[in-house]
Write a protein that binds this ligand. Structure first.
Ligand code: PEP
Length: 251
C-alpha cells in the first residue's frame, strides 16, 4: 500500500496576510512526522507570500481552495487552474460543501473543474459528503457514490494518482459534531470499494481518503486509526498552530 497520510488545513476565508504568515511559519517549523504530508489550503491572496516564507525544507505544501473550470476568459473575480499552476501551486481543493451549497457547484461543474485542474498539472483534494437529512434517510452511501461517479467519470486510472478524496459529512463541518470513527470508516471503506470497481484494486489501495468534519486534537487519533482513513481535512482547528500540529502528530 503506497498511499500517503495527509493532514490538510483549510483556512477558508480567514486570516489577514500578517496572521497567515505567522500561522504558516509556526506550523512549518513545528515538529511533524516525516511520513505525514502537511498541506495548507489558504486564501488566494496568501499563496505567493507564503510560498516565499515557508522554507522548502519544511515540506509544507500549499493549496488553493477553488479554481475556475475555464483556462481564461471574461469571468470577473475568478482564478483559473492555469494561473495557479503558473505560480507553482501544486494542489487545489475542489467540491468543498461550502462551494456546493453557496456557489451551487454541481457534480457536472466539478467534473469540468477536475479536468481543468488536471490539464494544468495540479493535484486535487476532491470533497464529497452528505447532509444530515440524507444521512437520516439512510441514503448517505448512495449520495456520496453518486457525487464521485458523476464527477470522476472522465478521470482515468492514471489520473487518479493526482487525486485525493476528502469525505466530509456536511453535518459535521464547523458544527463541533464529528462522525464517529465507525461512521467515517464505513464511508471510507465504501468509497474505496467504489474506486476498486471503477479503477481496480491498485488505484483503490493507493488513493488517500481523508476525513473532514470537526477534526480536533482530541478526536484525531481515533479517527486516523481506522483502516481506510488516511488523514484529515481540517477547518477550524487548522487556524490554531498548536492544535493543528497536535493533529498532524496524531497518526
Ligand atoms: C472543512 O472546512 O473542510 C472542515 C472540515 O471544517 P471543520 O474542521 O471546521 O469542521
Amino acid at each position: 500500500m503506497a498511499r500517503k497520510f495527509i493532514a490538510a488545513g483549510n483556512w477558508k476565508m480567514h486570516t489577514s496576510i500578517q496572521e497567515g504568515v505567522v500561522l504558516a511559519e509556526t506550523i512549518a517549523s513545528g515538529s511533524r512526522p516525516s511520513n505525514v504530508q502537511t498541506i495548507l489550503a489558504v486564501p488566494f491572496t496568501h499563496l505567493t507570500t507564503l510560498q516565499k516564507k515557508i522554507k522548502a525544507s519544511s515540506k509544507v505544501i500549499l493549496a488553493a481552495q477553488n479554481c475556475h473550470h475555464k483556462e481564461s476568459g471574461a469571468f470577473t473575480g475568478e482564478v483559473s487552474a492555469q494561473m495557479l499552476a503558473s505560480i507553482k501551486i501544486p494542489y487545489v481543493i475542489l467540491g468543498h460543501s461550502e462551494r456546493r451549497e453557496y456557489f451551487h457547484e454541481s457534480n457536472q461543474l466539478l467534473a469540468d473543474k477536475l479536468r481543468a485542474a488536471l490539464v494544468a498539472g495540479l493535484k486535487v483534494i476532491f470533497c464529497c459528503g452528505e447532509t444530515l437529512d440524507i444521512r437520516k434517510a439512510g441514503n448517505h452511501v448512495k449520495h456520496v457514490q453518486t457525487q464521485l461517479v458523476e464527477s470522476l467519470s472522465g478521470i482515468t486510472a492514471a489520473e487518479m494518482k493526482q487525486i485525493v478524496i476528502a469525505y466530509e459529512p456536511v453535518w459535521a463541518i464547523g458544527t463541533g459534531e464529528t462522525a464517529s470513527p465507525e461512521q467515517a470508516q464505513e464511508m471510507h471503506a465504501s468509497i474505496r470499494a467504489m474506486l476498486q470497481k471503477m479503477y481496480g484494486k491498485r488505484v483503490a489501495d493507493n488513493t488517500s481518503i481523508l476525513y473532514g468534519g470537526s477534526v480536533k486534537a482530541s478526536n484525531a487519533r481515533e479517527i486516523f486509526a481506522k483502516a481506510d482513513v488516511d488523514g484529515g481535512l481540517v477547518g477550524g482547528a487548522s487556524l490554531q498552530a498548536g492544535e493543528f500540529l497536535q493533529i498532524i502528530n496524531s497518526f
